[in-house]
Design a protein around this ligand. Structure first.
Ligand SMILES: [Fe+2]
Length: 481
């Protein structure tokens, strides 16, 4: 099978070869003059073709950044110079195969290449790039995207497989992370302070190896995920990594004080599900003197047959095939009663990659701006089709798309300079325009996505379709954390 036959190596997904910086951009509409900061998106961009079967998650991480400064715009892109990519550049060829093929047995430190292609945050003066399977975190310069090295962690954390979805609390400057692996205790959780000091690091013992993707953070608590989609344990015992959904097991959510201990973790059970991304979490008074932890997120809609019976074997297939069918859910973990309540917020709009006003992470928020997802037309052909603005107070959802030939990226909320209200700002993202065969930056008014973008900025090169993005305000860049 050639590259052109694989959707995730073709069209808007195909890797690019050049690293450029340019302010020679074609602008339609007006770039807001009250928007200062940096939009950065991570994603896979394979440098060397490897033997074996490519999966979208295999490509080497590349950062694409757009800097906004009082109406001026500059675009730049650069690979994350991971240890794996550095070794491959020295060898002049691929040294690892992808996740569909066997891992390297001669590299127990890195059986699968840490491509650092998944998420990007700003912390302690650096852009920090992370990988979904868990590994070293790379620090990159917010000025020119050059890789500065691995996150200098406390020696106790050396070799720790840190997941992609570490969280930065912008109000305290803390970096909250979890790591997961195939050996007991299977999960660990920690918090680094604003200056890099390790404030908390605890074991989170699980019943076995799990595949958590995200966690949730409130002002005082962290919520860790143990979901019933993990390895087929018979295959696992034989050394194979086949995924299985266990609908007879509950979802479990571990609530722990932010700086708590292993003994303080309280597990809450909920319906079996699998989710990648949390939108937000916060604490509420339960009306009886207790605290309720509220968490929102976008789990998969569980696959059912024509008669409505659950088809558990299809869920891992959906993940493997990059099918996107999601609902928006709320969970409530009552610390007084130990009970969980859960409810659907929206099973009509199919949305994922939720973004909030990140200054308010951990506090009650009303809005979530998600990517509108589409059903795939082929195997491994994920479709990110537009934008959605969920209003959790009203229970409404506003969407915008421009038809089937656009591919959108996660659209972080970018606060207007001097913002006051939660939604006082913009949404910034990349859109691949399949009709014009061009990549563009779209900027939306976050209060009303249905109006369409306030400006479209055409880039001189394609931004391959990718994963997570972040917004770093000019204020945070100047402050350094
Ligand atoms: Fe993710």
């Amino acid at each position: 099978m050639g590259s052109n036959d694989i959707p995730t190596l073709s069209g808007g997904f195909a890797p690019i070869t050049d690293e450029i910086v340019t302010d020679d951009l074609v602008i339609e509409g007006e770039v807001p003059h009250d928007l200062s900061g940096l939009y950065v998106r991570n994603g896979p961009n394979r440098r060397f073709e490897a033997p074996g079967r490519y999966h979208w998650f295999d490509g080497d991480g590349m950062l694409h950044a757009v800097r906004f400064d009082r109406g001026r715009v500059q675009y730049r892109n650069r690979w994350v110079m991971t240890d794996g990519l550095t070794d491959e550049l020295a060898a002049g060829q691929a040294l690892w195969q992808g996740i569909k093929d066997p891992p390297r047995r001669d590299r127990p430190d890195q059986p699968v290449k840490n491509t650092s292609n998944t998420d990007i945050k700003f912390w302690n003066g650096d852009l920090v790039s992370m990988w979904y399977l868990g590994g070293a975190v790379y620090r990159c310069s917010p000025d020119d995207l050059s890789t500065r090295g691995q996150l200098a962690l406390d020696p106790r954390l050396k070799g720790l497989p840190i997941s992609a979805h570490s969280k930065v609390d912008e109000q305290t400057g803390e970096f909250l992370f979890f790591a997961y692996g195939k050996e007991p205790p299977y999960m660990q959780y920690g918090v680094l302070g604003r200056l890099g000091e390790l404030k908390t690091f605890i074991d989170v013992p699980l019943p076995g190896p799990r595949l958590p993707h995200d966690m949730a953070v409130t002002t005082n608590y962290t919520v860790l995920h143990d979901l019933p989609l993990f390895y087929d344990m018979d295959a696992f015992a034989a050394g194979r990594h086949k995924l299985k959904f266990y609908p007879e097991l509950p979802s479990r959510f571990g609530v722990v004080p932010r700086h708590g201990s292993t003994a303080q973790i309280r597990w809450f059970e909920a319906s079996p599900t699998y989710m990648y991304h949390v939108s937000n979490a916060w604490e509420e008074d339960d009306g009886r003197g207790g605290v309720e932890i509220v968490m929102t997120g976008t789990p998969f809609r569980l696959p059912r047959d024509a008669r409505g019976a659950l088809e558990p074997a299809r869920l891992p297939q959906m993940l493997a095939q990059l099918e996107t069918d999601h609902v928006f859910m709320e969970w409530r973990f009552n610390l007084r009663t130990g009970q969980t309540r859960e409810r659907l917020l929206d099973d009509i709009s199919n949305t994922e990659f939720p973004a909030i006003n990140s200054w308010l992470m951990g506090r009650k928020t009303r809005y979530s701006w998600n990517v509108l997802m589409g059903r795939s037309n082929a195997a491994e052909d994920p479709r990110f089709c537009g934008l959605a603005r969920h209003d959790l107070l009203r229970g409404t959802c506003q969407t915008y798309h421009e038809g089937p030939n656009r591919w959108w990226s996660e659209a972080p909320f970018a606060p207007r300079d001097g913002w006051q209200e939660e939604d006082d700002g913009y949404l910034v993202n990349f859109v691949w325009d399949g009709d014009e065969q061009k990549s563009k930056v779209y900027v939306f008014d976050a209060k009303d996505v249905s109006k369409g973008p306030v400006c479209r900025i055409t880039l001189p090169q394609r931004v391959p379709n990718g994963f997570h993005a972040t917004w770093v305000s000019g204020e945070r860049l100047a402050r350094g954390w």
